[in-house]
Design a protein around this ligand. Structure first.
Ligand SMILES: C[C@H](O)[C@H](O)[C@H]1CNC2=NC(N)=NC(=O)C2=N1
Length: 97
């Protein structure tokens, strides 16, 4: 169980997450990597983080461009789990950009 974030809390969290935007009940980031294998390496690193957090992003893979979408399905919106994992996804992107 995790509490839904207020609109202000979401705005505040996104201030510390460059590249992430709110889309309704989700936060979303698209990132272009140098190539396909870099993109897959990011997905692989994110899979490890997602399993550790028991929190899983929707991932769209288009050649070297990844789109991550985060929402807490069990709560029907955004909780602290979403910006937490967003930060880890951004670190995985930065490490391979
Ligand atoms: C049973 C398991 O803990 C749940 O299904 C987890 C798994 N991963 C999840 N991921 C996301 N994004 N939202 C959830 O509510 C969620 N629930």
């Amino acid at each position: 169980m995790a509490d839904l974030l207020s609109d202000d809390a979401v705005t505040e969290a996104l201030r510390g997450l460059p590249g992430w935007e709110r889309d309704g009940d989700s936060i979303v980031r698209t990132a272009k990597l140098p190539g396909f294998t870099d993109a897959i390496a990011v997905v692989d690193a994110v899979a490890v983080e997602a399993e550790a957090a028991d929190h899983h992003p929707d991932i769209d893979i288009r050649y070297n461009t990844l789109t991550f979408r985060l929402s807490t399905h069990s709560e029907g919106g955004l909780t602290a789990k979403d910006p937490d994992l967003a930060g880890k996804i951004s670190a995985a992107i930065d490490a391979r950009s």
